[in-house]
Design a protein around this ligand. Sequence first.
Ligand code: ZN
Length: 128
Amino acid sequence: MTYDRHTLERMRQRLLERRYVVVRSTIGNQREIAELKGQQRTAEMEEDAQTSSAEFVLTRLSENQRREVGQIDAAVARIDAGTYGECIDCGETIPIERLEAVPYALRDSECTRRREAMAEPGREYPTL
Ligand SMILES: [Zn+2]
């Protein structure tokens, strides 16, 4: 255990709020794009109006947004597993200041820096 239950629940709330904002902003963008296209009501849009499952929304997220939602979900799973706030490289507790800034951080600043230094230029940074 890294942090007390109260802190973990607070971080869980922050993660879920962040997830909500990412997903909502995507739905908002879809509407704006539809409006810019001249408000044509296509069969696809009819379908949009009727289907609002989380899974369906996920298919509409951009690569970056999908990645962020994936990181958020992984962090929530780590809260449930009792490993949230533990650096996955060295096992040290990630400082709360860092988690406040990046609630789904997997590593402390030191290990993140080391990893970034090791990463080959141009290669995609592994997400999880
Ligand atoms: Zn570390």
